[in-house]
Design a protein around this ligand. Structure first.
Ligand SMILES: [Zn+2]
Length: 281
């Protein structure tokens, strides 16, 4: 399995000289299974560039899995060029929210008030699939899902193939204390991530920032380190960088992570995800 990060930023895209190293685009991750089958996780602004890349090589079918429909996870969708090509087939998988079906979470953002091209004018064959299962066999892999602690229905995606495991877990408040984000206990996260070869987890805040932002549905990097150690993951990628964190600040966060890992004798590798980062499992 090959994983490529096209957007690593949380909340809102932040282009500029302070975000060159880790990137300013919002959530989008490409996963290639061993037979080259493609899975795209989330359609943040990072999906625009991935779409351009996909035009170079004809994909039989493009499957997009949405963790949840907040802006930073869907806003790139109208700029995903394969949608405008009649030879392409795109399936969007997601969870129904109390107010909208999966297709509406995508289509409504293209209504004339917000976007010049109506959804009905897209040329690709587009289908929507409402996920109801917690375990979904998919091609040569198994996908499983876990509800996360976030103000709206949001899920982690675990992809297992040929003995390798990638857990993508973002927009998650690991130790939530507030009713609007308290759905899954710590122990369930530990169990879900158990032994993963790669865990990409929301590490949006410093511990001090989290104190002021409880109930927003995000975690501190120190909590994420704790989860990685307790669940025995092999590699941790800090993900969903705060839009207010510059490259220099993320460097400091990563250094602090390495210091904590060394001080506590933790035994996993830790990186800060950046646009273009590729990991082969
Ligand atoms: Zn987000």
């Amino acid at each position: 399995m090959k994983i490529v990060f096209w957007g690593t930023r949380g909340s809102v895209a932040v282009p500029g000289e302070e975000t060159v190293k880790y990137g300013g685009n919002t959530t989008c991750v490409e996963v290639r299974l061993s037979d080259d089958r493609l899975i795209i996780i989330d359609a943040g602004t990072g999906i625009r560039k991935l779409g351009m890349e996909l035009l170079r090589k004809k994909e039989e079918e493009i499957n997009i899995f949405l963790t949840h429909p907040h802006w930073d996870h869907i806003q790139g969708f109208p700029f995903f060029t394969p949608m405008y090509m009649k030879d392409y087939s795109v399936i969007v998988h997601g969870w129904r929210t109390p107010l909208r079906k999966v297709q509406n979470t995508i289509m409504d953002q293209m209504e004339g008030t917000y976007f010049p091209v109506d959804f009905s004018q897209l040329s690709a064959k587009i289908n929507f699939y409402e996920i109801k299962e917690y375990l979904l066999p998919y091609k040569s892999a198994n996908l499983s899902f876990l509800r996360l602690n976030h103000p709206i229905i949001c899920h982690s995606i675990k992809i297992e193939e040929h003995g390798k495991t990638f857990v993508f877990m973002t927009d998650n408040e690991l130790k939530s204390e507030t009713p609007n984000t308290k759905f899954t206990p710590w122990e369930d996260f530990v169990e879900f991530c158990r032994g993963a070869d790669l865990l990409a987890h929301d590490a949006q805040f410093t511990p001090e920032e989290l104190e002021r932002r409880k109930g927003w549905g995000h975690s501190s990097y120190t909590q994420v380190l704790e989860l990685a150690q307790e669940s025995g993951v092999k590699k941790l990628a800090l993900f969903h960088h705060d839009p207010n964190h510059s490259d220099a600040e993320i460097d400091i966060i990563l250094k602090d992570c390495h210091d904590i890992i060394k001080r506590n004798g933790y035994n996993f590798d830790c990186v800060a995800s950046y646009e273009g980062m590729q990991i082969d499992l």
